[in-house]
Design a protein around this ligand. Structure first.
Ligand SMILES: *Cc1c(COP(=O)(O)O)cnc(C)c1O
Length: 362
């Protein structure tokens, strides 16, 4: 058997290590995970009720159009229902975009380091990948615009960028979009948008009204706390949504996930409380890193990339032995950094104490 030639060398995605795995491997009973940017505060209590109510109906296929969720989300965002597409996580929307727009003979532009799924899916479709280095940890939109060629079909902008947490501003993005050829689809991945408190952040829904070649990606996995349900969405002009629907599996989001997302959306007080606590955690961790003499990028999300100024793998291992799982920067393009999810106050304190010990050890 012979798989397609261009997928043979693809790396298999390395997720953050599961808690149970680390407990077993290190003989620990108390392990915390600050590795996958999950919400340390769980999800709204309304989700549990909604899922319990939905469960007996799960013998039926889900509503492939996610009608109830679509209606509520369109009203919440102030967009047309036809402007939305749902996916099995926004990861699936990334896959649908690559499937619908990329092929051998085309190219696609993205920053590096950035979220790895853009590149993987582009490679699977046989497109040429043009990677533009970050500048001071931020997407270099000028260089990205300059990298676009005649065969470029898609440009990916992760904002805030994962793994750096940095952002591009509204004015920077608007100028970038003005330079973009009309036939190039610009993907703006806003997985962490709800966490952003900086007033200069792009008003992307406003930009959508004047740019038919723009798609926004958002998710219920991060601030809404539904990562295990797998549901995210895209917002774009109907022509883009139509193209993605043609390559979408008919029942790509589960009935239970749709019910969970609808309930989560209705509890904006939960979201606001999480933003507040994330701001406090951001200060707690950045103050702690400064005290340890470590530099980090200013983050606009629920994670921080901190430079430990030595090979990250050893520090990562020393943290694991103390029951603290973070993400080593080695796999993320920052070999001397760790990406740490902002946890609750107790988790952040534990991380800082463990890191102080790990730095001595490593
Ligand atoms: C977490 C994340 C996603 C994917 O989230 P889903 O769980 O698939 O919705 C997409 N983009 C970025 C930048 C992320 O960090």
């Amino acid at each position: 058997m012979r798989p397609k030639a261009h997928i043979v060398d693809l790396p298999v995605y390395q997720p953050g290590r599961p808690i149970e795995d680390v407990k077993r491997a290190y003989g620990l009973t108390d392990v915390i995970k600050l590795a996958s940017n999950e919400n340390p505060f769980g999800f709204s209590p309304r989700v549990r009720e909604a899922v319990t109510r939905a469960l007996p109906l799960a013998n039926r296929y889900p509503d492939g159009a996610a009608t109830a969720l679509r209606r509520a989300l369109a009203a919440h965002l102030g967009v047309a229902e036809e402007a939305l597409i749902f996916g099995n996580g926004s990861d699936e929307i990334v896959q649908l975009i690559a499937r619908a727009y990329l092929a051998p003979g085309t190219s696609t532009v993205m920053a590096t380091p950035t979220f790895p799924r853009y590149k993987t899916n582009a490679v699977i479709e046989g497109a040429r990948v043009i990677e533009v280095p970050l500048k001071d940890g931020r997407c270099d939109l000028d260089a990205m615009a300059a990298a676009v060629t005649d065969d470029t079909r898609v440009v990916w902008v992760c904002n805030p960028n994962n793994p750096t947490g940095t952002m591009v501003t509204h004015d920077e993005l608007a100028a970038f979009l003005a330079r973009m050829p009309r036939n190039v689809l610009v993907v703006l991945d806003e997985a962490y948008v709800e966490y952003v408190t900086d007033a200069r952040f792009p008003r992307s829904l406003e930009l959508l009204r004047t740019h038919e070649n723009l798609i926004l990606l958002r998710t219920f996995s991060k601030i809404y706390g539904l990562a295990g349900f797998r549901i995210g969405y895209g917002i774009a002009a109907p022509a883009v949504i139509d193209a993605l629907n043609r390559v979408r599996e008919p029942f790509n989001t589960s009935f239970v996930a749709q019910a969970a997302a609808l309930a989560a959306l209705e509890d904006q007080a939960f979201v606001a409380a999480c933003v507040q606590k994330n701001e406090e955690g951001k200060r707690q961790l950045s103050d702690g890193f400064v005290r340890l003499g470590l530099r980090h990028y200013e983050t606009h999300a629920n994670f921080i990339l901190v430079d430990v100024e030595r090979p990250a793998g050893a520090v990562f291992e020393a943290l694991l032995r103390q029951g603290v799982i973070v993400r080593s920067g080695e796999a993320l393009g920052f070999p001397t950094a760790l990406r740490v999810t902002i946890g609750d106050a107790a988790q952040n304190r534990r991380l800082l104490e463990a890191l102080a010990a790990a730095l001595v050890e490593a």
